[in-house]
Structures are given as structure tokens and as C-alpha cells.
Design a protein around this ligand. Structure first.
Ligand SMILES: [Zn+2]
Length: 379
């Protein structure tokens, strides 16, 4: 059985018992929380970030100079205490199908070029490289793939992308592709079909090569197929519990329990926290971290922020209108919009009574455990 999180209630009044003066209480509380925050909040792993989409648009379509990662992202990542980012190969509809492979490889080429140009970053392909990057104070990127459109239906390309460093693959985004169907941002109505024979071959290849399989976005029938087909730990890199926002793109309690039973990790996202603006806050995000921890155990919760605001804002008005019509109007939390806001999550976890060791699991250790498990699968 998954273990429930340990809860030692830590409230401002319990920290400072015995101190009478109210201002002194407040100051001591603040100092104590701050010291604990500085100690605990470090080397954070966020397993889903669409940074490569933005990098490609800036470098190729807007002709920006090399150094985008440094100019646009380093400060936020640094301020947010981020140590490792899942950098997703993801393709806009406009590149499908003909340009999918080319744009995907360009995204990876640009990532490597940018990292070669800026020693504050590293591309990591395994746990040892992640450790080395952190020891040198670099922010690491672990390459992931969100939707296998770059493979078309060529299973040999899976090995090619593995060689290029892809270590975690979600079969679909919202749209259908040759592997399967995405879950709709609606309570029902996703395709009842599971994975195609090609999708099953991708799953088999991932397990064989030690690529983590990511269930995020996959329709419920596809999730069933992956669960039935695989034995190794699975992940849901970025999702929200359906209990809070009941759409098939999000994850049911049963799906999250199945991932935990497999030793996997569920990353909580900031994008589909709530159908209404009121629930889309940093507090609402922490409510969901606490909910998932309670449901499937603290060893199986991580962060998959999927910070999206910079992409949403960069969309031309007609593209954003089409996005909202096809998918949904997204309520992004104003107090959790980019990586620089990540310490606020740790502060809230502290205030809610999570122990330092449990917070470390959520911030990094759980993701690092599954990444290490995939490394071992390759040996
Ligand atoms: Zn996504």
C-alpha cells in the first residue's frame, strides 16, 4: 500500500510558542520559515517544460541570436532553485505531418547549440550526468517528447531519438497521431480506441531501451493499454487530478494509483488546476500535491509545472482564439506563472506541515528515482 504523507503540523503559532511579543513572534516565524525554505528548496526537478517549442520559434522564425536560454530562461530557473528541467520536443500543428521530423531534430540541435554556448546549462542523458551537472552548478535539461509525431510510423526512429538523448516519451498530445489518441479536455468523449499496433511497438521499444513512458495526455483507453503492456515504472509528467477538474486529459484516482503501484511518479501541473479562475492559484496547486500524496503516497508525487504563460502570451490573437475554441480557456495561476515562483510552493508545503524529507521527495527525489530506474533498464 502506498504510504500516506507524514504530517507534523507546523503553524506560525506552534513554531514560536513561548514568545509573547506579537512582532517578535512574526519575525521569528518568518526567519525560521525562511531558513527552512533556503535549506530545503534546491535542485528542483520539473519534468515538463515546452522550452524547445519557444527556442525553435525564437531562433528559426524570429531570427533571434544564439543565447535564448540564457536571456529568456536562466534567471527564472536560477531564482526558482531549479536543477533539472524536462525539455519537451513538441510540434505545433502547423508543422504536421511533413515537417515533424525536421523540426524535432532542429529543436534538439538548437538545444545542444545553446548549451554548448552557455556553461550554466547542461544536457543530461542519465542520472550520472544529472549529478555531474548539479555538482558543477549547471541547470540540466533531460530531453522528453510530447507526442510521437516526429516518428511518423517509423519505429527505427525511436532508437535514433534515444541516441539523441530522449529519455521520456508521451505517446500523444491532445490530438490523434499514428500511435493513439489524446484525452479530451472534456469529462467524456475521448476516443474509445486504445493504442495502434505502432503505438504498442513504441511502448515495447521504450521499455527495452529504458525510455520512461509518460501517460500525460493519453486517452483513458490508451492508458489501459500501456498499463497492461508494461512492467517498468511509468510516469505522468504533467497532469491534474480529475477530482479537481474532471476532464479526460486529467488523471483519475485509479490511474494515479496504478502508476504508484508500479513505482512511478505523477507530476502535478499548473495548467488545468481548475475549471474556474478561483481554483487556479499556488494554494490550489499545493492542494493537489497534498491530495495526490494522500492518495498514492509521498514517494510518488513530483512537479510537472508545464509553465505555459510565455507561450500563451506569444500566440497571435487568432491562434489563441483557435486554441481556446479547440481546447479550453486556460486559467493560469497568477502566483505560479514561471519557475521563479517555485519557492512559493515549498513555502506552502512547509506551512502545511510536510517534513523536510517529504518535501525533498516532491521537489526532486521521486523524479530522480524513476530516472535512475530507467538507467538501470538500459544496462
Ligand atoms: Zn502537455
Amino acid at each position: 500500500m502506498p504510504r500516506a504523507p507524514e504530517r507534523t503540523p507546523v503553524t506560525p503559532s506552534s513554531i514560536c510558542q513561548g514568545v509573547r511579543d506579537d512582532d517578535a513572534v512574526a519575525a521569528a516565524t518568518f526567519d525560521e520559515l525562511d531558513a527552512r525554505l533556503r535549506r530545503v528548496h534546491r535542485d528542483v526537478v520539473d519534468l515538463h517544460f515546452d522550452v524547445l517549442l519557444d527556442l525553435y520559434e525564437r531562433r528559426v522564425n524570429k531570427h533571434e541570436e544564439i543565447g535564448v536560454l540564457g536571456r529568456e530562461f536562466w534567471q527564472q530557473l536560477h531564482d526558482g532553485g531549479i536543477g533539472l528541467v524536462g525539455a519537451a520536443v513538441f510540434l505545433d500543428d502547423r508543422y504536421l505531418p511533413e515537417l515533424a521530423l525536421r523540426v524535432a531534430i532542429d529543436q534538439l540541435a538548437l538545444l545542444h547549440e545553446e548549451v554548448a554556448h552557455d556553461s550554466r546549462f547542461a544536457v543530461c542523458r542519465n542520472h550520472a550526468e544529472i549529478d555531474a551537472a548539479r555538482a558543477e552548478g549547471r541547470i540540466g535539461f533531460l530531453v522528453t517528447m510530447e507526442g510521437v509525431e516526429p516518428l511518423a510510423a517509423d519505429i527505427h526512429l525511436l532508437r535514433a531519438f534515444h541516441e539523441l538523448g530522449v529519455r521520456c516519451i508521451g505517446l500523444t498530445h491532445v490530438r490523434r497521431n499514428l500511435a493513439g489518441d489524446g484525452g479530451l479536455i472534456a469529462p467524456s468523449g475521448s476516443s474509445p480506441q486504445g493504442l495502434s499496433p505502432f503505438g504498442l511497438a513504441v511502448v515495447d521499444g521504450c521499455e527495452e531501451m529504458g525510455i520512461l513512458i509518460d501517460l500525460a495526455h493519453l486517452n483513458p483507453a490508451g492508458v489501459e493499454d500501456v498499463l497492461a503492456r508494461t512492467r517498468r515504472p511509468l510516469v505522468i509528467s504533467h497532469t491534474n487530478p480529475r477530482r479537481f477538474y474532471d476532464v479526460e486529459r486529467n488523471s483519475s484516482d485509479e490511474q494515479m494509483l496504478a502508476v504508484a503501484e508500479r513505482g512511478g511518479v505523477v507530476g502535478v501541473s499548473s495548467v488545468l488546476l481548475s475549471p474556474s479562475p478561483g481554483g487556479a492559484t499556488a494554494e490550489g496547486f499545493v492542494d493537489q500535491v497534498a491530495y495526490v500524496a494522500e492518495l498514492i503516497g509521498i514517494d510518488h508525487v513530483g512537479l510537472g509545472f508545464d509553465f505555459f504563460d510565455f507561450i500563451y502570451r506569444a500566440m497571435p490573437p487568432q491562434e489563441r482564439a483557435a486554441f481556446e475554441q479547440q481546447l479550453t480557456t486556460v486559467h493560469l495561476p497568477v502566483d505560479l506563472l514561471d519557475h521563479s515562483h517555485a519557492p512559493a510552493i515549498t513555502r506552502l508545503l512547509i506551512e502545511r506541515g510536510f517534513s523536510d524529507s517529504d518535501i525533498a521527495k516532491v521537489l526532486r527525489e521521486n523524479w530522480l528515482r524513476v530516472i535512475r530506474s530507467a538507467d538501470h533498464a538500459r544496462v
